[in-house]
Ligand binder design. Structure first.
Ligand SMILES: [Zn+2]
Length: 477
């Protein structure tokens, strides 16, 4: 008698860690139970046709702003996870800059309960390491990792959890190193930003979006933050993960640190290398990335090189929804107004378009958007891989599908996308999480509460020299 499984995905090109295979995927319960040749005799209760499609691991994204609790008018765990499902994201981790900010065990557990009820896809929480005594408690309770903001000013860069001072970063890193969990950091030299702002105003520059953008993305404001973080992480052994790495100087520092064997990872979000002055012209603050770095060819070249040479380990979403009304405050005063945009619905199509345009390969895209994030939170290969024994988290992708983003098709609560009327080539047609189809053809089919909490797995905190540590991902390509 032939073997019986729950589901067989038939006819697709399956992207395994060792390369693409023309094969069928067998799923039993929540797990991948086989990757077999087309002619294999295994019988399945359900068949999913994938001819002409790519079968890739579900995306793992470690940078969501779910806005809950306190800012539910912008987003909640149900809406953000629906946007994930249609966008091919099967696991996300959210951020602590909510109200009240997630910086105690009690607040972490409250938030976990809310998301447990609401999330359609798997999720984790990054908590603020602002209150040192809470760090070990949150770690013991299963926090996925930590998120530190060096940037301050005003919401969403909440001064209550801003940690710019190196002595405070040092103490937090010491305690985080003991947990073996990672710390994502928005690197920033806020005092330098304040000085440059004062000088700009004294020089008579207008108090507008353009002046703000020039200062906010000035390289030294980011790279001086990164330099200090790298040193503090090196001496404390904390697992540093650098966010928003768009500055060429920051990328050089990270590349050098990796070459010396320091355990550090870095990510960039697509708004920095895709949204242009023309987009801001057309869409106003909806398309404001905080600074138009796309105007600088040297910086852009460094970002694309870094995505390919391993200096950048990940592309993350920075899915950061705001209502259109809130964005008006950014136009009025960019120094205190919010900026950021919903990303989940179209982030995969945007990246597949980069694959189509030859910016990186599909294989590299899978590393950047699934594998490496799963490694960061210690979940690889349960997440981020199509192989026997892994969770059956997959996306069926049509590389030729033309995708035209529109506000109407979004699931994020704020109901808009910065990519209106762009033309993408490639997109997800089906998303499966642990064996269950959670989205199909742009519609969510997964249920509220189906998502499961994902703990961070403690990993070797101190850098190893000369050998590969579990989850280490900085070897040069
Ligand atoms: Zn963010």
């Amino acid at each position: 008698m032939s073997q019986q499984v729950d589901t067989r995905i038939v006819g697709g090109t399956v992207h395994t860690p060792s390369g693409p295979l023309e094969a069928d995927v067998l799923i039993t319960g929540e797990k991948i139970s086989g990757i077999v040749a087309r002619g294999d005799a295994t019988v399945a209760a359900n068949t999913i046709k994938a001819s002409g499609l790519q079968v890739i691991p579900g995306l793992v994204d470690t940078h969501a702003h779910a806005r809950t609790p306190g800012l539910e008018y912008k987003e909640d765990f149900f809406t953000v996870s629906q946007a994930c499902a249609v966008g091919g994201v099967t696991t996300y981790t959210d951020m602590p800059n909510v109200d009240p900010p997630t910086d105690t065990l009690e607040l972490f557990e409250q938030k976990r309960e809310i998301a447990d009820r609401d999330s359609v896809v798997d999720w984790g929480h990054l908590c603020s390491p602002n209150k040192f005594d809470e760090i070990p408690k949150m770690a013991a309770a299963g926090v996925t990792g930590f998120k530190m903001f060096q940037v301050s000013g005003g919401y969403p860069h909440d001064p209550r959890i801003a940690m710019g001072e190196s002595e405070r970063v040092y103490e937090a890193f010491q305690r985080i190193a003991d947990t073996g969990l990672h710390c994502s950091v928005h690197p920033f030299n806020q005092p330098l930003m304040d000085v440059m702002t004062r000088q700009a105003m004294e020089a008579g520059l207008p108090h507008d979006q353009h002046t703000f953008s020039e200062i906010y993305t000035n390289e030294i404001i980011w790279s001086s933050g990164v330099a200090v973080l790298l040193e503090l992480a090196r001496v404390t052994g904390a697992r540093l993960h650098v966010l928003h790495t768009h500055a060429a100087a920051s990328l050089r520092l990270i590349k050098d640190a990796k070459a010396r064997g320091q355990r550090v990872t870095a990510t960039v979000d697509p708004k920095y290398y895709h949204l242009t002055p023309a987009d801001v012209e057309k869409q106003g603050p909806r398309a404001a990335p905080g600074g138009i770095v796309t105007e600088q060819p040297d910086r852009m070249r460094t970002i694309w090189e870094s995505l390919n040479d391993g200096t950048l380990d990940m592309i993350d979403s920075d899915h950061a929804p705001h209502t259109i009304e809130d964005l008006a405050r950014y136009t009025a005063d960019p120094w205190t107004g919010p900026f950021g945009s919903p990303q989940y619905e179209y982030m995969l199509s945007l990246a597949l378009t980069d694959v189509h345009d030859g910016r990186f390969t599909l294989r590299r895209m899978i590393e950047l958007m699934s594998e490496n994030a799963a490694r960061l939170i210690g979940q690889y290969p349960t997440k981020g891989a199509i192989q026997v024994g892994s969770d059956a988290d997959l996306v069926l992708v049509d590389l030729d599908k033309e995708v035209v983003p529109s506000d109407e098709k979004t699931y994020s609560k704020v109901g808009w996308t910065p990519y209106v009327d762009w033309k993408f080539i490639g997109g997800p047609v089906l998303t499966m999480l642990r064996g269950t189809v959670v989205a199909k053809d742009g519609k969510v089919t997964g249920e509220r509460g189906f998502g499961r909490y994902i703990k961070g797995t403690p990993q070797q905190a101190m850098p190893l020299t000369g050998e590969r540590a579990p989850g280490l991902m900085f070897e040069p390509r």
